[in-house]
Ligand binder design. Structure first.
Ligand code: FES
Length: 223
């Protein structure tokens, strides 16, 4: 992945189980992240074309997601396929939720504009184990620079991009990917590859809590 990669992390893979959905923000815009029952992930605009209900409140059934409000049902391409109040209607092709590219890499769900190439993420490991996500009231740049200014014990900085920092240490690789949720709102999604002991996992969790506390203290000082 290059620093110009269009791919933005939106969730830990393990946080979106098959048959579930969740709302998130990307640069201030609402998105629904959902996983169909086959296991494929989808990222769409979080708004039903009917009356604007959030799709993230909807229900996933097989490879469809249905809106909570009036039950309009959408296929994995965002196309409305069924309107319960008009069961015999052939739904017009114009009734469609705007969709985005979605892929998974290194234990994280990523999104980009439709047509983006997932191969841009190929420098990352295919799979990784979730550590945690941190939700912070700061910019992505400030969050990533706080990561590198006080590293977890035994780790050093490896590859970095505009959206990610990789830390190497204790036989593991820790990936920290920054999701710009809105101005001054960032999520850091953390995953690890390699054998990690329970003690090392606990120590990383403590470090992440300390990172959040440091950033919160900076926000209070700046206010
Ligand atoms: S608002 Fe979604 S079906 Fe009516």
């Amino acid at each position: 992945m290059t620093s110009a990669s269009p791919w933005i992390p939106v969730a830990l893979s393990s946080d979106i189980e098959a048959g579930t959905s969740a709302g998130t923000l990307v640069n201030g815009e609402e998105r629904v992240v959902w996983r169909d029952e086959k296991g494929d992930v989808h990222v769409w605009e979080d708004r039903c074309p009917h009356r604007g209900m959030r799709m993230s409140f909807g229900f996933v059934r097989g490879d469809h997601i249905a809106c909570l409000y009036h039950g309009w049902r959408y296929d994995t391409g965002g196309q409305c396929r069924y309107i319960p109040a008009h069961p015999d209607l052939e739904v017009p092709k114009t009734i469609k939720v705007p969709t985005f590219a979605a892929t998974e890499r290194a234990g994280i769900i990523w999104t980009a504009a439709e047509g983006a190439d997932p191969a841009e993420l190929s420098a990352l490991p295919e799979t990784a184990e979730a550590v945690r996500s941190l939700f912070l009231d700061t910019t992505a740049d400030a969050a990533l620079s706080a990561v590198t200014s006080a590293l977890p014990e035994g780790f050093s900085v490896g590859a970095t991009t505009a959206a990610t920092v990789t830390l190497q240490g204790n036989g593991t690789t820790l990936l920290i990917a920054a999701q710009p949720r809105a101005a001054e709102r960032t999520a850091l999604h953390m995953t690890v590859t390699g054998e990690i002991s329970t003690a090392a996992r606990r120590s990383l969790a403590l470090w992440a809590t300390d990172l959040r506390n440091r950033l919160e203290a900076q926000t209070v000082e700046a206010a």
